[in-house]
Write a protein that binds this ligand. Structure first.
Ligand SMILES: [Zn+2]
Length: 69
């Protein structure tokens, strides 16, 4: 079962919905956003950051992942 995730372009700010199975997560770019590697904005080719699961509340994973750090 694939999960759709919401990503935001850090260059132009557009929101994109991507298949969660195909994205590669990088480092945190802010406290709440993680960089997405190997996939780029369809509008401007800029860096994307993971916002959360599509339709879910933002920052859904930040608490647990921070605790694991
Ligand atoms: Zn963009």
């Amino acid at each position: 079962m694939s999960k759709e995730v919401e990503c935001m372009c850090l260059e132009c700010g557009v929101s994109l919905y991507l298949d969660g199975d195909i994205i590669h997560l990088g480092d945190y770019v802010t406290d709440a956003l993680r960089a997405v590697e190997k996939t780029f904005c369809t509008q401007c080719g800029g860096q994307l950051a993971l916002v959360g699961l599509a339709g879910d509340e933002p920052n859904y994973r930040t608490r647990g992942e921070r605790a694991a750090k």
